[in-house]
Design a protein around this ligand. Sequence first.
Ligand SMILES: NC(=O)c1ccc[n+]([C@@H]2O[C@H](COP(=O)([O-])OP(=O)(O)OC[C@H]3O[C@@H](n4cnc5c(N)ncnc54)[C@H](O)[C@@H]3O)[C@@H](O)[C@H]2O)c1
Ligand SMILES: [Zn+2]
Ligand SMILES: [Zn+2]
Length: 373
Amino acid sequence: MATNARAAICRGNSEPFAIEDVELAELRPDELRVKIIACGVCHTDMAVRDQQLPVPMPVVLGHEGAGIVEEVGSDVTSAKVGDRVVMSFNSCGHCPSCDIDAPTYCYNFFPENWSGGRPDGSATLLQKGEKMNANFFGQSSFATHAIAHDRNVVKVPDSAKDLPLERLAPIGCGLMTGAGAVLNSMKVRKGLPIAVVGVGTVGMAAIMAAKIAGADPIIAVDMNDSRLELAKELGATHAFNAKDDAMGQIKELVPQGLGYAFDTTGINKVIEDLFGLLAPMGIVGMVGASDPSHMLKFNEAEFMGGGRRVMGILGGDSDLKHFLPKLIEYHLNGQFPFDKLIGYFPFEEINEAIESSENGTVVKPVLRIAEEA
Ligand SMILES: NC(=O)c1ccc[n+]([C@@H]2O[C@H](COP(=O)([O-])OP(=O)(O)OC[C@H]3O[C@@H](n4cnc5c(N)ncnc54)[C@H](O)[C@@H]3O)[C@@H](O)[C@H]2O)c1
Ligand SMILES: [Zn+2]
Ligand SMILES: [Zn+2]
């Protein structure tokens, strides 16, 4: 039987998100229905709204959902009815990347996450009986209820039973990406210098992870001074404003070069400048969304001669089922205090929440969709 729900519908950037009645489709054997308690707002939602990503419209977005499982299909093993879960991106489970537990590079990422329905084209969500585009990142959590999948749901460990779901909601995207880039992708070594350019959610998570890894110094760069202050609270040893020749200041601070440079801005000039600051064997990790027409240029001899690397990173190379519980443990023992980034909004204020992210007043807006108790 279909389940009635309310969902925020995105029809592009010329009109605000509108919360309307929808119906969830019946579950397939590998699917779960989750009552959403909270959902983070991320830049990727806005990139879709602005049609920078090929997701069909109108659509229900939201991909940092946390909630309580209400119903499970017969093949589901990741959670049972009543479990508290967080959701992340979906993957197919049977491609060369999924085979080696690298699901962020799933060969079927687009159909599983961005096609507006299930990979076979069927709808997970309907409005007045017609297909509504959804299944965004295998969830579409700007809604009271969502259909998720066995592969993109992680049960909150019992050790975190006292942590509210509204705090855990954003862990499955930007936070995981920044922390994973440092700990999984670049495998930052103790004692080596790192610079993080752009300290929004992803950059702040990278700073906290760099501290966990023991990097030194940890340099934050942004144009927003209050974000730079917060970055220092979270572990940055130095903070430079991009308007004040940050690259020159980094060069002066670490004349031997950077072990790691992490870019979240997606600006090609920034990435090229960072490449020029690398020590031998240094790595530039890049995650920022960029203009699809942009190209990067760097010196061939420096690239080869120093064994330098330029690394594209998706989702922080996170194998969800292991990495999300690990991040929750870091949070519980005080090493990953991401709650300092969060500002809460009621679901009805979704447009205000998006605005707060775009004007930089809130690093990570989280929508409160239902009471947990
Ligand atoms: N690759 C992935 O898996 C992945 C996952 C999540 C997000 N993203 C992308 O990563 C990027 C960062 O996400 P976020 O949520 O942290 O965004 P954000 O907007 O919160 O953070 C970006 C920060 O960069 C700063 N900035 C902009 N231009 C700058 C410049 N020239 N120099 C220094 N700082 C500058 C901004 O002030 C801001 O604080 C986005 O493009 C997002 O779409 C990628
Ligand atoms: Zn995201
Ligand atoms: Zn796959």
